[in-house]
Design a protein around this ligand. Structure first.
Ligand SMILES: Nc1ncnc2c1ncn2[C@@H]1O[C@H](COP(=O)(O)OP(=O)(O)O)[C@@H](O)[C@H]1O
Ligand SMILES: [Mg+2]
Length: 277
């Protein structure tokens, strides 16, 4: 099989195939249970090219399960998922995912840096299969990404445990950006960070979206982050997307579930201060 991202059935993917308005990501009737416990009960969702869509929902509602399906870490029991017009939910073999994964950057919940590797090694990791690059080339690519996340060279030889939570998140983001992904997925990018650090990460994400024009999915329960980065917001509740739209519309929604979500978030202080949308 041709695993080149430019070869085989992937030829032309992400570049002008289909109509300009075709969604980049489509979930249709996606269901997933673990044992007898249903987590996703029929998720329908579309993400347009270049859009930043935020999935908002309480902890344990299945946000991570949902986005894990975009890189093949989880499979739906029922329903379909299309990425760039390709129905990935039909993939049978692990190798089917390889070309697509080169195009998708996934910022995992909690950074997921390799503890025994330095910052330099962590950020360079996605290049490991690129045997054609010299050490100088790798270093210059890593430094470019570190600058993009507003870190300087002084962090290169440090280990993740020597960095603050916010800096770890930035290093993880630099690693995610290494292969210039066309789709970016951020799973709880501000979880566990203090409000000021969270705001910095939110600003950075916004900056990256503007520069890269990647199609982005942000998963969070942090309404303030959603306000900063999203074009549209989808509220996930009881295994379904109960409403989608600009955040300014959703906070004024009549939908009981949506209202309950915002009431609870406000009540737990997750909006961290006045919400202006
Ligand atoms: N591999 C798994 N096996 C069993 N249960 C799981 C697995 N992954 C997730 N779950 C369950 O699915 C639910 C949704 O999890 P998750 O997607 O991580 O929630 P969220 O990201 O919204 O906090 C949780 O109840 C979790 O325990
Ligand atoms: Mg999660």
């Amino acid at each position: 099989m041709d695993s080149s991202p430019r070869g085989g059935p992937w030829k032309g993917l992400f570049r002008g195939r289909g109509k300009a308005s075709s969604p980049m990501i489509v979930f249709r009737g996606v269901r997933k249970s673990f044992g007898s416990i249903p987590v996703l009960r029929g998720v329908d969702l579309e993400v347009s090219p270049g859009e930043t869509l935020t999935v908002l929902g309480r902890s344990g509602t299945g946000k991570s399960v949902l986005v894990s399906m975009l890189v093949g870490l989880e499979r739906p029991d029922e329903g379909s998922i299309c990425i760039g017009g390709v129905e990935v939910s039909r993939f049978k073999r692990e190798e089917d995912w390889y070309p697509l994964r080169m195009k998708i950057g996934f910022l995992f919940q909690g950074s997921a840096l390799y503890d025994s590797m330095t910052v330099l090694e962590n950020v360079a990791f996605p290049l490991i299969h690129r045997g054609d690059l010299s050490r100088e080339d790798v270093l210059s690519l890593v430094r470019r990404r570190l600058r993009q996340v507003e870190l300087d060279e002084s962090v290169e030889e440090k280990y993740p445990s020597e960095l603050s939570g916010g800096m770890q998140r930035r290093v993880a983001l630099a690693r995610t950006l290494m292969l210039s992904p066309k789709i970016l997925i951020y799973d709880e990018p501000t979880a566990g960070l203090d409000p000021i650090t969270s705001d910095g990460i939110g600003q950075l994400i916004r900056h990256i979206q503007r520069r890269s024009r990647a199609t982005s999915v942000v998963v969070t329960h942090d309404v303030r982050l959603a306000a900063r980065v999203s074009n549209r917001v989808a509220v996930l509740e009881e295994g379904r997307v109960i409403q989608v739209g600009p955040l300014a519309e959703l906070v004024r929604s009549d939908h009981a579930g949506v209202r309950a979500f915002f009431r609870r978030s406000g009540g737990r202080g997750e909006t961290r201060g006045p919400l202006r949308v």
